[in-house]
Design a protein around this ligand. Sequence first.
Ligand SMILES: O=CN(O)CCNC(=O)c1cccc(Cl)c1Cl
Ligand code: NI
Length: 187
Amino acid sequence: MILMKDIVRDPNPVLRKQSKRVQFPLSKKDQKLAKDMMQYLEVSQDPKLCKRYGLRAGVGLAAPQVNVSELMAAVLVPDDNDDPHHPQFKAVIINPLIIANSVQRGAMTEGEGCLSVDKDIPGLVHRADRITLQYQDMTGKKHIVRLKNYPAIVCQHEIDHLHGTLFYDHINMKDRFAKQGDEVLFS
Ligand SMILES: O=CN(O)CCNC(=O)c1cccc(Cl)c1Cl
Ligand code: NI
C-alpha cells in the first residue's frame, strides 16, 4: 500500500525527469504499481481511511511521485455529489498523449495542490479547458477520450508530472491570480 512516506517530495530531481514509455504486456511490477496508485486515490478519498493511514487526499497520482520514471498515472475524479460509485473520470492512463487542446483556457479558482509539494503555492494554474486524451489501459487497449473542466485539469496535472513539470511552473509569480484572457475559472 502506498503511504505518504513513499511519496517523493520537491526538490527531489526524480520529479524533474522525463518518464519512459511503458511496454506491454505489463510486467508484474507495473501491474502492482498501477493497482497501488489507484488504491491510494480510493483510500485517500475515504475520510475515515484517509485519516487512519495519515494520507493527503488526491484525485490523481503519477508514477514519478513514487519514484518510478514511467509514463503511468492513476486518475480518480469523484463526481460532484461525491458518489464513490460514479466518478467523473477513473482510469489508469499509460503512455498518455494529449492529442488536442482547446484554445479555451481554464483554471481552478482555488489553485492546485500536489502531494510532492509540501507547501501551499497560491495562484491560478492556467491550462487547456478541454483536451482530447489518448492513453492505454492496463491491458494495453488504446482509448481516446475528450475531457473538460476538472477531469481535464487533473489529467494535465498528472501528464505534467510524467514530463518533469510541477503545477507551480504555470503560475504567474508576478501576479498569481491574473486571469489569462477569457479563461474559464471553476472551483
Ligand atoms: O499529482 C497528483 N497529486 O499531486 C495529488 C494531489 N493533488 C491533487 O489531488 C490535486 C488538487 C487540486 C488540483 C489538481 Cl489538478 C490536483 Cl491533481
Ligand atoms: Ni501532483
